[in-house]
Design a protein around this ligand. Structure first.
Ligand code: G6P
Length: 370
């Protein structure tokens, strides 16, 4: 088993370090053309359908749901197609209005999650076209879909998803760019620029992971005994906050809440005291100034702000107690980088608490019961 971990102390740490490769494998040949995206064989989902479709619905569970949330911003922002999101276990019980002309995307790392499969089948039975995004060839999701877009993260053993998440996010970006290309909603120069930036992400991830993680370890040392962490984000930062909070909860057993930063004043602000670490996703984006004002509100209450911020943003340091830096990229792509320090923060906190991060209590890698 030690050999399988390739010198890392756990599978989770190994898989975190495999993320540059996971994204590179997922995007490489699909972006080879440079000025657009080629998704290859999507079964019966052809270009004509993608040009005409009316609406997209994304169904997924757990971490895969968070990948879908990020994809929604990219699809709506770049391809101008409305996207609805649903947790698969909720979708199937609300008699959803769905049918021909709708594309339902089921995202499932394993391709075997019972609720996601049931949601996909329900949509298909009502006449929708179904695309599966999965990491496992031959999985049930590939049989329950009209077409499949594979992530290529390789086998993931750690129960908490890491490298499969970033490859799902990359797949959603690819899909969004392809839709935009087919529907003519991005200027060709902008499309090429985004494709180029997507291709650059594996290098940026490798750069982050090859650097030292002392800043993250220091934050973990300082807060690993906290009883509660709040995570805040806006727009594309919100799914990153949700995923960061889920990772910490899953492997450290610390209670977490993740909130749209603008909603904080409607509830979670009541939880803040001087002992509360508040992780704020504050990478560059059109809403950064709003995030900064939320960070100020947090600090006024004496709580402790840990900000995930873009390299080169000097001002942000004035509003945070601790900074976790990520390389600059197009703001829409930033979630793929911003999640990495939060995975590592969860990892180091759990290790400092002496926990088994690869097999956390009560959780299963794949949930095949409803
Ligand atoms: C379980 C795993 C999670 C995963 C979720 C959905 O809860 O522990 O890591 O995100 O299932 O799994 P799927 O295979 O459908 O992506």
């Amino acid at each position: 088993e030690t050999a399988e971990k390739g010198g890392y102390e756990t599978f989770m740490l190994k898989e975190i370090h495999e993320q540059a490769d996971a994204v590179a494998e997922t995007v490489a040949d699909r972006t080879a053309r440079g000025d657009g995206v080629d998704l290859g064989d999507l079964g019966t989902i052809d270009d004509a359908f993608l040009r005409e479709l009316r609406r997209i619905v994304v169904v997924a569970c757990g971490t895969s749901y968070h990948a879908g949330l990020i994809g929604r911003y990219a699809i709506e922002g770049w391809a101008r197609v409305p996207v609805e999101m649903d947790i698969a276990s909720e979708y199937r019980y609300r008699d959803p209005v769905v049918g021909p002309g709708d594309l339902v995307i089921g995202i499932s790392q394993s391709g075997e999650t019972a609720d996601t499969l049931a949601a996909m089948r329900l949509a298909r039975a009502r006449g929708a076209t179904v695309l599966a995004i999965t990491n496992v060839m031959g999985s049930q999701a590939t049989r329950d879909a009209d077409g499949v877009l594979f992530t290529r993260a390789g086998l993931e053993i750690g129960v908490a998803a890491t490298k499969t998440f970033v490859s799902q996010v990359a797949a959603m970006y690819l899909f969004a760019l392809r839709l935009a290309e087919l529907r003519g909603t991005l200027e060709p120069a902008r499309l090429s620029e985004l494709v180029g930036e997507l291709k650059r992400l594996p290098h940026l991830i490798a750069e982050m992971l090859d650097g030292d993680d002392e800043a993250i370890k220091a934050v973990a040392e300082r807060h690993h005994q906290a009883e509660f962490f709040l995570y805040l984000g806006r727009h594309i930062g919100l799914p990153v906050a949700l995923e960061g909070a889920l990772k910490l909860k899953e492997i450290s057993y610390i209670a977490t809440d993740a909130y749209a930063a603008g909603e904080m004043k409607h509830g979670p602000i009541a939880l803040l005291d001087e002992a509360t670490p508040v992780v704020c996703v504050a990478t560059e984006s059109p809403v950064l100034d709003k995030v900064v004002s939320n960070m100020q509100e947090v600090r006024v209450r004496g709580a402790h702000v840990i900000a995930v911020a873009s390299d080169g943003d000097e001002e942000i340091g004035e509003h945070a107690d601790e900074l976790l830096r990520v390389p600059r990229t197009d703001w829409m792509l930033a979630p793929l980088l911003a999640v990495i320090p939060l995975q590592l923060l969860a990892y180091h906190v759990a290790r400092l608490r002496g926990l088994n991060v690869d097999q956390p209590r009560n959780l299963a890698k794949t949930v095949t019961v409803e």
